[in-house]
Write a protein that binds this ligand. Structure first.
Ligand code: AMP
Ligand code: MG
Length: 593
């Protein structure tokens, strides 16, 4: 939790609205102060609020454009910071507090985040318990018994709750959210990581699959070669003719006539050493006879009976011309295909050319995928009101298959924590990697992160990029898990940026994505600090320079933009955007989708 830079105990209250959170806090604060505990409260508001009143100077100055306004008097000061682009994260808010003046930070709201909380529960509110689904709850304060091993407090007994809070504040292990205190909880709740940092953190967690298998040559297509394939032969086996023509000796180039002593077809040979004054009529691919090392093409030759003459007015004969040397493609013992190479058409052909028909490959990586969301439907079903068809499992299936993975499709899972947990557990038994889509933002039905925190480990979940900002990454039973966003374009971009590099590392594939630089043919907008991926079309302009334009509308649900694109345009965090004519980074998609 290095990003959560509080060095103080942090405690929250989790409750349904109507339970009386603020009332309890209001009653408890004087008690805490009386016991000498200096308290800060961080409160989350769902609505837009104004803290200063209309007409006041600070209000007028802020509305006039001050991004931050600091107002101070003899008794208090207030800093009002406008955050038009994104809400501050809890760590950012905590960083604003003067922790030297505090003993305890109480948090109201932020219930999706992971830090210790007391659950407040009143039976008459008629809402379910929160602790079964929130591993961060450390005690329950209620007016009815809960079925839990957690400490239980009486919500109407202020002294009892205050005692618990004071104890918590004084426990040494409660102080400081500085790493291991919260074990398996998300480590950087709310903190934004850069794309590069996220990828590095992910790749650090990935250990290549250490298993190989031998398959027939065609089955090796798309897989990763496990050990160097050495050439058991010379390719070509013998020095042979690259042309249909006449083979002569290289030390016998200046004659008027040669006597044709034989004709050699591909697959045959002339078994005599060639003498001065002799030629053999030879076909492409046929081995040149002993001493012959030069071929004159048939178009330059005139044969009469068994005598041949050459018309060399157009080009002089060079010794060694028009022959392919034995071993010039691959010499005996040379590495033909290195371990870590993906077998594509040329490798398949090259391995075949060595006479090899089986290949040791790294075992294919198995990936379990599922979609989440009560609104997500299977294609082929009659469309229900307010629903959308699942596209994410199909784009994922395609990209994974393209990577040579075996896909286990676990279907669509409803927005329900128990169902998600069961699916994640099942997936971790079956696969090397687990991918889900949806349910990772901070909406009320977004359970992925809590499920992951409960079953395994969440490493981070917000990335400073667009599209694809919310993403969970973690491990369940040592199996890497990616909680991808729900929006179809965001899924694909996050896959290309994070999942694909991880899978290639698991596969043991030696790989780097292709990145090019192109001139912007239209302006690309971004925000400093954020990586912005637009879908682009690159091509050569009239001057032969690479230029790139966008595919038009860039909404993260507009899958058509992905279909029309041949590249992603990456506006890096340092770039405020790009004007026409500026150079931008492009990531070609050819071969990756
Ligand atoms: P969520 O993060 O679950 O709120 O999802 C974000 C958006 O992506 C919502 O508009 C969802 O309806 C949409 N979405 C989620 N899953 C899928 C899916 N499998 N296929 C297409 N759209 C989806
Ligand atoms: Mg959803």
């Amino acid at each position: 939790m290095s990003q959560m830079n509080a060095t103080l105990p942090l405690l929250g209250f989790a409750a349904w609205s109507g339970t009386g959170k603020t009332t309890l806090l209001e009653a408890m604060l004087p008690e805490l102060v009386a016991r000498g505990i200096r308290v800060a409260v961080v409160k989350h508001a769902h609505h837009n609020f104004d803290i200063d009143k209309e007409g006041k100077d600070s209000y007028r100055l802020r509305k006039a454009g001050a991004g931050q306004i600091l107002i101070s008097s003899r008794y208090r000061r207030a800093l009002i910071t406008e955050t038009p682009d994104a809400e501050a994260s809890l760590p950012e808010l905590i960083a604003q507090l003067d922790q030297t003046q505090l003993d305890l930070i109480l948090v109201e709201g932020f219930k999706q985040l992971n830090f210790p909380k007391i659950e407040l529960h009143r039976q008459e509110v008629g809402k379910p318990w929160l602790h079964p689904d929130d591993p961060n709850i450390i005690a329950v304060a209620a007016n009815v018994a809960a079925d839990t091993e957690l400490p239980q407090l009486d919500i109407n007994n202020l002294t009892q709750i205050t005692d618990f809070v004071v104890n918590f504040a004084r426990q040494p292990q409660a102080s400081g959210l500085s790493c291991s205190d919260f074990g398996t909880m998300p480590s950087v709740d709310g903190a934004m990581l850069s794309v590069d940092e996220s990828r590095t953190r992910i790749l650090d967690q990935i250990v290549p699959v250490d298993a190989t298998q031998t398959v027939s040559l065609k089955q090796a297509l798309g897989q990763i070669v496990a050990t160097d394939i050495l050439s058991p032969v010379n390719v070509p086996q013998q020095t042979n003719s690259a042309m249909d023509g006449y083979a002569i000796r290289g030390d016998d180039l200046d004659r008027e006539h040669y006597r044709v002593v034989a004709q050699v077809m591909a697959g045959h040979h002339y078994d005599q050493p060639l003498q001065a004054g002799e030629a053999v009529r030879i076909m492409t691919g046929a081995p040149v006879p002993e001493h012959a090392d030069t071929v004159i093409m048939r178009e330059q030759a005139a044969q009469e009976g068994d005598m041949v003459t050459f018309d060399l007015s157009q080009s002089r004969v060079k010794r060694g011309q028009n022959v392919r040397q034995a071993g010039e493609d691959l010499a005996l013992g040379q590495t033909a295909v290195a371990a870590g190479t993906k077998v594509t058409a040329p490798e398949l052909g090259m391995i075949a050319s060595l006479g090899i028909d089986t290949v040791a490959i790294n075992r294919p990586v198995t990936v379990a995928i599922f979609s989440t969301g009560d609104e997500v439907q299977h294609p082929g079903e009659a469309q229900k009101a307010n629903c959308i068809y699942d596209s994410n499992r199909y784009t994922l299936h395609a990209m994974l298959t393209n990577l040579g993975c075996e896909v286990r499709d676990l279907g669509i899972i409803e927005d329900n924590q128990a169902a998600l947990e069961a699916t994640l557990m099942q997936a971790s038994q079956q696969a090397d990697v687990i991918l889900s889509s949806g349910g990772v933002s901070v909406g009320d039905a977004d359970y992925i992160k809590t499920a992951l925190a409960k079953l395994g480990e969440v490493n981070f979940w917000r990335i400073n990029m667009r599209p694809g900002r919310p993403m969970a990454f973690g491990q369940i039973q040592q199996i890497p898990f990616f909680g991808l966003p729900g929006n179809p374009v965001a899924v694909m971009v996050a896959f290309l940026q994070f999942v694909e590099p991880a899978i290639r590392k698991l596969q043991g594939h030696t790989w780097q994505p292709t990145v090019l630089s192109a001139r912007a043919a239209e302006p690309f907008r971004s925000r400093p600090g954020r990586t912005e991926f637009s879908r682009g079309i690159y091509q050569l302009d009239a001057n032969g320079r690479l230029t790139v334009k966008s595919t038009g509308q860039q909404g993260s649900g507009i899958l058509r933009s992905m279909s029309e694109a041949n590249c992603l345009v990456e506006i890096t965090p340092e770039q405020p955007g790009a004007e026409i004519g500026e150079m931008v980074k492009i990531i070609p998609l050819i071969g990756r989708l």
